[in-house]
Design a protein around this ligand. Structure first.
Ligand SMILES: Cc1cc2nc3c(=O)[nH]c(=O)nc-3n(C[C@H](O)[C@H](O)[C@H](O)COP(=O)(O)O)c2cc1C
Ligand code: SF4
Length: 493
C-alpha cells in the first residue's frame, strides 16, 4: 500500500465520548433535511463495496445481512455501494441496469427499514465505468492485442536502419517485438500501447475515436435516469450519482478531459454532461425525490482538477437542484501501481488512492479529517450562492469529538464515516447512548481495503476472527473469517 515519504506514523487519538445527555444536545445527533427526506441525525455511512453480490449483479443474502448490520447501528443514512447502471456483466458488483434487479433491491430496502426500525434513510450510489482490461502476458500482447501498423514498421526501420521492416509481414513484427528488450519496445510503441502492455488496456472518456465513447453524452443521461427510476421503484429514499474517483463521470469533470465536442476543455464544458445526466434523472424521478452527487474535492493527480474546480462544480450542482453534495478525494487510475500480470489496475494503490482512504502511515497532517478543507471549500461555494444544500465530508473521521467539531466549524453538514462504521457499525448508537467507551475503534491500517483490492469479501481485522465457531456465524468463502461483526447485545432497545 502506498504511503507518503518520509512516513510519519500516527496512532489513533485519545478521545472523550459524550454522556447520553451531551449526545442528546450534540449537533451530530440533530436532524437534517436532505432533499425530500429528513435524516434523524447527521451521521452517514458512505458507499463501500463489500464484494457480496452474485457474479451477475444480484443482491445476495450476504448483501442483505451486510446492510442490515449497518442499519442496526441506526446511522442517519447509509449509501449502498457503487451499483452499475448498465445491463452488462461486471462481476460481483451490484447492478441496477434492468428491472430484473428490482426484487433483490426491494428486499435490501426492506431489510434496512426493519433493522433500523425505520430510522435510517437509504440511498444507492449509481455508477458508470469504462472498460479496464487485465495486464496481459507480454507474449499475448504482442501476439494478439497490439494493432500492428505502418507506424511500428517505420519505427523498427529507423531503429535498425533496415528498410526491410517496411514490407515485412505482421507475424515477423509481432515476434520481433515480443522478444525485444524494453528499450526497443519503448521506442516502437506509443504511450497508450506501452500502458496497455504494462498496466492493461484502459479506455478513457477522451477516446472519441471509439464510437461508444463518442456517444457517451447521448447514452448516459438515459441510463442514469432509468437506474434512478428503478431506485425509486425499489423504495430507496434517494440516489447518489457517482461522479467521484476513477469512473466515467469523474473523468468528464476532470481537468484532463479535453474532449472537443463541447463536453471537455473549459470547466463549463466538463460539467455539461454531469448536469445533463442530473437533469435527465430529475425529469424521470420527479421533483419529490432525493438526488445527490458524490464528486472529488481534489483529484490529486498531475494535471487533474483541484479544489477550485470542485468549488465551481459544487455551485453549479447546487444551483441545478442536486439535494446533497458528498465530497471525496483522489482514487484515480492515473497514478495507480502497476498490477501483476493477469490482474487489473486498481485506482486506490497510488498517492491519489492514499488520499481517498488515508492510513496511519501518513505525513505530518495525518489521516484524521484529512479532507476537511475540501468539504469546507465546497460548502463555502454553495453558501456563497445563497443555497443551503447539505455537504457530506468523509476521510478519517472516527470519533464523536472530531465529528462534532466538523459540524461546529461548518466544514460540512453531515459526517461520513466508512471504515469506522465497518469497524463498529454500532458506534453511532453507542455514542448516543453514552457508551462511547464500548466503541471498537478503526485503526486506519486498511486491511479491509486490501481485501477490496483483491476482490475478496470485505471484513474488518478487529472482529473477523472472533467466535468463528459460534452458532449461526456466516463465514467468508475461504472459511477463515466471519462476515459480520458480532451483535452489540447491550444496545438501546
Ligand atoms: C472497502 C471499501 C470500499 C469502498 N467502496 C466505495 C464505493 O463503492 N463508492 C465510493 O464512493 N467510495 C467507496 N469507498 C470510499 C469510502 O466511501 C470513503 O470515502 C473512504 O473510505 C474514506 O472514508 P473513511 O476514512 O471514513 O473510511 C470505499 C472504501 C472502502 C474502505
Ligand atoms: S480493517 Fe477495520 S480497523 Fe482496519 S482500516 Fe478497515 S475498518 Fe479500520
Amino acid at each position: 500500500m502506498w504511503h507518503p515519504e518520509p512516513v510519519v506514523r500516527h496512532t489513533i487519538p485519545e478521545t472523550r465520548w459524550p454522556t447520553r445527555e451531551e449526545a442528546a444536545r450534540a449537533l451530530l445527533f440533530q436532524p437534517v433535511r436532505v432533499g425530500r427526506v429528513e435524516l434523524e441525525s447527521r451521521t452517514w455511512v458512505p458507499a463501500m463495496v463489500p464484494w457480496r453480490a452474485t457474479e451477475d449483479g444480484f443482491v445476495t443474502r450476504e448483501n442483505l445481512e451486510w446492510y442490515g448490520r449497518f442499519a442496526a447501528g441506526r446511522p442517519g443514512a447509509i449509501v449502498v455501494e457503487a451499483t452499475g447502471i448498465r445491463d452488462v456483466p461486471s462481476g460481483p458488483l451490484l447492478r441496477i441496469g434492468h428491472d430484473r434487479f428490482l426484487p433483490g433491491l426491494r428486499e435490501l430496502v426492506e431489510t434496512v427499514r426493519r433493522e433500523s426500525r425505520g430510522r435510517t434513510r437509504l440511498f444507492i450510489q449509481v455508477i458508470d465505468f469504462l472498460s479496464v482490461k487485465r495486464r496481459p502476458e507480454k507474449s499475448k500482447f504482442f501476439g494478439r492485442f497490439l494493432d500492428v501498423g505502418e507506424r511500428h514498421r517505420r519505427a523498427l526501420a529507423e531503429l535498425t536502419g533496415d528498410e526491410g521492416w517496411l514490407s515485412l509481414g505482421e507475424p515477423a513484427v509481432r515476434a520481433f517485438l515480443r522478444d525485444a528488450p524494453d528499450e526497443v519496445v519503448e521506442r516502437v510503441l506509443d504511450g497508450r500501447e506501452l500502458e496497455a502492455l504494462r498496466y492493461g488496456y484502459r479506455e478513457r472518456v477522451t477516446d472519441t475515436q471509439l464510437a461508444h465513447v463518442r456517444e457517451l453524452p447521448r447514452v448516459l443521461p438515459g441510463l442514469f435516469a432509468e437506474a434512478a427510476r428503478r431506485a425509486r421503484e425499489a423504495g430507496f429514499d434517494g440516489v447518489e450519482l457517482h461522479y467521484a474517483h476513477a469512473y466515467t463521470m469523474a473523468s468528464f469533470l476532470s481537468r484532463r478531459n479535453d474532449r472537443a465536442d463541447g463536453y471537455g476543455g473549459s470547466p463549463e464544458a466538463r460539467a455539461r454532461l454531469p448536469l445533463e445526466v442530473y437533469r435527465a434523472v430529475r425529469e424521470r424521478v420527479g421533483a419529490d425525490y432525493t438526488v445527490g452527487v458524490r464528486f472529488l474535492g481534489d483529484e490529486v493527480i498531475e494535471g487533474g482538477s483541484r479544489v477550485g474546480d470542485a468549488a465551481f462544480y459544487a455551485a453549479e450542482f447546487a444551483r441545478a437542484g442536486l439535494d446533497f453534495l458528498s465530497v471525496s478525494k483522489g482514487g484515480k487510475f492515473e497514478d495507480a501501481k502497476q498490477p501483476k500480470v493477469g490482474h487489473a489496475v486498481y485506482p486506490y494503490t497510488g498517492p491519489s488512492g492514499y488520499e481517498c482512504m488515508p492510513t496511519v502511515l501518513s505525513d505530518a497532517l495525518g489521516p484524521f479529517g484529512r479532507n476537511l478543507s475540501l468539504s469546507r471549500a465546497v460548502r463555502d461555494a454553495v453558501r456563497a450562492e445563497g443555497l443551503e444544500t447539505p455537504v457530506v465530508a468523509a476521510g478519517g473521521v472516527g470519533t464523536f469529538e472530531l465529528a462534532e467539531e466538523i459540524l461546529r466549524r461548518g466544514d460540512a453538514d453531515i459526517v461520513g464515516a466508512a471504515r469506522q462504521s465497518l469497524a463498529d457499525p454500532d458506534w453511532f448508537l453507542k455514542a448516543r447512548a453514552g457508551r462511547g467507551a464500548d466503541v471498537r475503534r478503526c485503526t486506519y491500517t486498511n486491511y479491509c481495503e486490501a481485501l477490496d483490492q483483491s476482490h475478496k469479501q470485505v471484513t474488518c481485522k478487529l472482529w473477523d476472527r472472533e467466535g468463528l465457531k459460534d452458532p449461526g456465524v456466516a463465514l467468508s468463502s475461504d472459511g477463515r473469517r466471519r462476515l459480520l461483526p458480532p451483535r452489540w447485545t447491550d444496545g438501546e432497545k
